[in-house]
Ligand binder design. Structure first.
Ligand code: ZN
Length: 550
């Protein structure tokens, strides 16, 4: 495979004359077959989109009474989509189109479509329908139980579900044997091309450089964030949040913002990419930063080339790359000094009574407060990754059989104490806090690493954008985001799923995934905020393009 994204040597140029010389009646079947492939893939895409509409409705406006029937309706659509995606006729079409694809440039839409559809098909047929149905049923039942068990702090109620989920995860891995580590197939499903070993070494490197920053910050007094507490009306918070993301470039003719419990972004078509948020009227921040975060996901989806619509290419390439975009817009832009230089006056106009007395620095420090904390979703930019690494290690131990599910609460507490210096008083704020192990696909593993990969990549993409357009921070300080968005669209968004995550990173940034831009970003931003006396960077990193320069 040609990883550079360039046409294979001799493939594009050499085969054109041959194709031109081929009689029309011989070329026709490949084009007809390609049309047939697209027709079949469009049906699968439509079923998935219909399933997404049902999920969006359930998470926003559906009355509670609809839950039982909605679970059945969703399962029906999932089953129909799965049946179509493992149809032997689809496999035959892909076989027949292989020679045609080999004559096309690697990065053409058609070659990419045939390549990715083949990969999806080969993965889908490894999973027996009975397994898919069992995993889906466990996911639904476990999620339903978790919604009651977490508030009740009842880990015992979740024990049998989690034990089954660990078993199902091992069973899933078995369908993709041989593998080096039992979590490899689960990780590959989220981050194509990554393995347990590659994530472990990435995390070990990040961790060794992150810990001194966390220690240096946490030695300092915790800054106050009282200015974020008070009375902030829901309409004003929603209005401010929406005006910000529209300025980022979120197109509300092709999307909308609604309220939900756990914010998310969903896509039904390129003309309909929706985001959701939640509002706490006693606290400013959650609604805005959640909206920015989901807007980052939405900008990615709204930016996918229209030609890829309705195919497996018409979406972001991986969970980690997707998360890099939500983090980039939420944190590197939205929690940045440059951004607030423009938006602070707008904020004071929107909430004059609440922010009249608040100075810029107090506000900026409040929204970037670093603190050792119990809850991942409330964690700051610096300590967040420690929460992820802990979860990643614990789920590996569960899958390896070195940790029994019944011992998870204690292992969680011990690891929190060791890594973050705080331990939860109960499981509600401990191993029951995240939904990831108690729903969804009915499996454990392969999900959490994408958040930290997203953090790492957010800084790497941003640094590359600033290197190409050094005025980006100055533009952000004027409330202008077109150059940044345009670069991301050109380098990342438009390609959808045409390229693997590693290919996307290489094409956009000129190198493989690296923790350096992220660490430089954290050291610069938090070094300045907390006046840290950090050891100097190694010489070869000192000229690295700064991410947060403004
Ligand atoms: Zn996200």
């Amino acid at each position: 495979m040609n990883k550079t994204g360039k046409p294979r040597a001799g493939a594009g140029a050499a085969k054109v004359p041959a194709a031109t010389a081929t009689p029309a009646r011989n070329r026709q079947p490949a084009e007809t077959k390609l049309a047939e492939l697209k027709r079949r893939l469009l049906e699968i895409s439509d079923l998935a989109a219909a399933r997404s509409v049902l999920r969006w409705d359930q998470a926003t406006y559906m009355p509670r009474g609809g839950a039982h029937a909605r679970a059945r309706q969703g399962a029906t659509l999932s089953r129909l989509a799965h049946e179509k995606s493992v149809d032997t006729a689809l496999g035959t079409l892909l076989d027949q189109l292989a020679p045609y694809a080999a004559g096309l440039p690697y990065d053409s839409d058609e070659a990419s479509l045939i390549r990715i559809a083949r990969r999806d098909f080969e993965k889908a047929i490894k999973l027996p329908s009975a397994y898919v149905a069992r995993a889906s049923a466990l996911g639904s039942a476990s999620y339903d139980a978790w919604t009651r068990a977490r508030p009740a702090n009842d880990f015992a109620a979740m024990l049998p579900f989690l034990e089954k989920a660990v078993d199902l995860s091992r069973e899933y891995a078995g369908f993709f044997a041989p593998y080096q580590h039992v979590a490899d197939p689960l990780i590959d499903a989220a981050e194509e091309g990554m393995t347990t070993a590659s994530v472990r070494s990435l995390f070990a490197e990040l961790r060794s450089k992150l810990i001194p920053i966390v220690r240096a910050i946490c030695d300092q007094p915790v800054p106050g964030d009282g200015c974020l507490r008070g009375s902030f009306s829901e309409p004003a918070q929603l209005g401010f949040s929406l005006s910000v993301v529209k300025q980022f470039g979120y197109d509300t003719d092709r999307g909308r913002l609604d309220k939900t419990l756990h914010p998310f972004c969903t896509k039904f078509s390129s003309g309909d990419v929706r985001i959701t948020t939640r509002v706490d009227e006693k606290h400013f921040g959650d609604a805005l930063f959640s909206t920015m975060h989901e807007c980052g996901h939405a900008l990615y989806e709204q930016g996918v080339a229209a030609a890829l619509e309705g195919t497996p290419l018409g979406m972001g390439t991986s969970a980690g790359v997707h998360e890099s975009q939500s983090r980039l817009w939420e944190n590197l832009v939205g929690r940045g000094r440059a951004f607030w230089e423009h938006f602070c006056p707008v904020l004071r106009d929107t909430f004059p009574d609440q922010f009249r007395q608040t100075g810029f620095e107090s506000f900026y420090r409040a929204i970037n407060k670093v603190q050792r904390s119990l809850i991942r979703t409330d964690a700051d930019e610096v300590t967040y990754n420690l929460h992820i690494m802990m979860r990643f290690d614990l789920e590996l131990e569960l899958l390896e059989g070195h940790l029994h599910v019944k011992d998870l609460p204690e292992a969680w507490r011990a690891r929190m104490q060791a890594d973050l210096g705080v331990a939860p008083g109960d499981d509600r704020d401990g191993c029951l806090q995240d939904v990831h192990w108690y729903g969804g696909t009915g499996t454990v593993g392969g999900g959490f690493q994408s958040y930290t990969i997203g953090n790492i990549l957010s800084a790497q993409f941003y640094a590359a954008a600033v290197k190409a357009h050094p005025d980006i921070p100055l533009e952000i300080a004027k409330g202008e985001f077109g150059t940044l968005r345009g670069w991301l669209r050109e380098q990342l968004y438009q390609h959808g799923r045409k390229f693997q995550p590693s290919e996307v990173v290489m094409r956009a940034t000129g190198g493989p995934m690296s923790t350096t831009p992220y660490l430089v970003y954290l050291r610069e931003k938090y070094g300045e905020l907390y006046r840290l006396d950090l050891a100097p960077l190694p010489e070869h990193l000192q000229n690295y393009v700064p991410c947060a320069a403004a």
